[in-house]
Design a binder for this molecule. Structure first.
Ligand code: GLY
Ligand code: MN
Ligand code: MN
Length: 437
């Protein structure tokens, strides 16, 4: 059996067990509908229901449905209009075609007759996907079961995620070359797209392409069309996707500066050590707290904070000034994937550590989970102002901060698979970089 067929069989088993547990007879999943700008006829970029694309490698088929029943092949109602304004979804092809009962429709409303089955229905979708009496009810108990399970990837999912890395990494290399050649943020972004073969429509999230001080803006959302007079540093957070599975990769590059290069090297070492902490049984919150200790040690080691131990730098929350986000998150069908706080499939959650409001993952790591490890160290003006006004201002070497602030900051992000107990993690991102080199 192919890995895709195994993946589908596992989803079917999971869905049947979840339906039985929650007292439903069938599961309906809507792919989603086109959404339009207010008072306009321009559709927004279509974002498929992740539950739909988990079953099928189809990311661009609005108004389609999946019907799942115990003991039946998945039924796919596939919307393929006769449209001369747009390119309609292509004729079904690929391994999946044989594994589903396929029904092609030309009008969204035609789906109804193929979806009405007796019994209690669980319907997953957005409210606007409603079709006649089929109104999405998104039962919480059922969603909890499916979302919790999604944390661990199947072999097929891991293949897609490796492929997404292969797609992103040459683009990261092209972006770095463009930076070193003095290109603008916009031209670097173009170089990334060209090398990835993606357009903006295909990216799993908007690229962050930040030169110099812009690297201090965590989700910097613009791309300047003109290059700065001098490009000192470059932070790029950019991914790719394959069959709806995302890569989320950050690299920081320098044009050459002793202080910034020393900081970059220290962060690189810390990031690799943190990746190695991705082990079965480890509480992800501990990796986050470990990051604070490492960032604190770097702040002390680089002379940015003086006269304080790493422990004191963490305890006084100074590390949070420089590293104000979480160490990472689950990734898969969504870049920030669901169920980061669940400790079981019945909806129990684990809290974030006190004082760490932006951590997105508090679960214990299990084999086949894929997480990002993305430590950062930034010089963020608004947070630095607070530090300067606080009781620990005297411990900071402000000349060093002022010098390094011209480089914005550092983030290094890899996507990492947790493996079986006792085994080292699989670093999807570094493996792809090594292969391309
Ligand atoms: N690209 C967004 C993130 O790293 O979480
Ligand atoms: Mn990222
Ligand atoms: Mn990330």
């Amino acid at each position: 059996m192919s890995t895709y067929a195994q993946h589908l069989a596992q989803l079917q088993r999971q869905a049947e067990a979840a339906l039985a547990r929650c007292g439903f007879d069938a599961l309906l999943i809507a792919s989603g509908v086109e959404k339009y700008a207010f008072l306009d006829d321009r559709p927004y970029l279509f974002q498929p229901n992740p539950h739909f694309k988990q079953w099928l490698p189809l990311t661009n088929v609005p108004y389609s449905w999946l019907l799942l029943r115990p003991g039946h092949k998945p039924r796919l109602v596939y919307y393929q209009p006769d449209d001369y304004w747009h390119v309609p979804p292509s004729d079904p092809s690929g391994e999946w075609v044989e594994l589903v009962e396929l029904i092609v429709i030309g009008e969204p409303g035609d789906a109804l007759d193929h979806l009405k089955v007796p019994g209690r229905l669980a319907i997953i979708g957005e409210a606007d996907a409603a079709l006649g009496e089929l109104k999405p009810n998104n039962p919480t108990e059922l969603l909890n079961i499916l979302h919790f399970a999604r944390g661990r990837k199947t072999a097929w999912e891991l293949e897609q995620m490796r492929a997404a890395q292969q797609r992103a990494v040459p683009a990261h290399r092209a972006a770095r070359a463009a930076f070193l050649a003095g290109a603008s943020e916009l031209d670097i972004h173009r170089a990334y797209l060209a090398a990835s073969g993606h357009t903006d429509r295909d990216l799993p999230y908007s690229n962050i392409v930040a030169l110099n001080e812009h690297a201090a803006v965590l989700h910097y959302q613009y791309q300047d069309a003109s290059p700065p007079p001098q490009s000192r540093s470059f932070l790029i957070d950019a991914g790719a996707q394959v069959n709806g599975y995302a890569a989320d990769i950050t690299r920081t590059w320098s044009a050459g500066d002793d202080r910034f290069d020393a900081l970059l090297a220290a962060m690189e070492q810390a990031q690799l050590a943190l990746v190695d902490e991705v082990r079965a049984g480890v509480d992800y919150r501990d990796i986050h707290l470990s990051t604070h200790r490492r960032v604190a040690a770097i702040l002390a080691g680089q002379g940015i904070v003086k006269g304080m131990s790493a422990e004191a730098i963490v305890a006084e929350r100074i590390s949070s000034t420089f590293f104000p986000h979480g160490i990472g998150h689950l990734i898969g069908l969504q870049v920030h994937d669901v169920a980061g706080f669940m400790t079981d499939d019945s909806g129990t959650t684990a809290p974030k550590p006190e004082g760490h409001p932006f951590l997105r993952l508090t679960r214990k790591l299990e084999p086949e989970m894929v997480v990002t490890i993305e430590p950062g160290l930034y010089f963020i003006p608004t947070l630095l102002r607070q530090l300067r006004a606080g009781p620990h201002a005297g411990a900071v070497d402000w000349d060093a901060v002022d010098h390094l602030a011209r480089f914005g900051g550092v983030r290094i992000e890899d996507d990492v698979v947790c493996r079986a107990e006792g085994q080292a993690p699989e670093n999807l991102t570094r493996d792809a970089f090594a292969e391309v080199a």
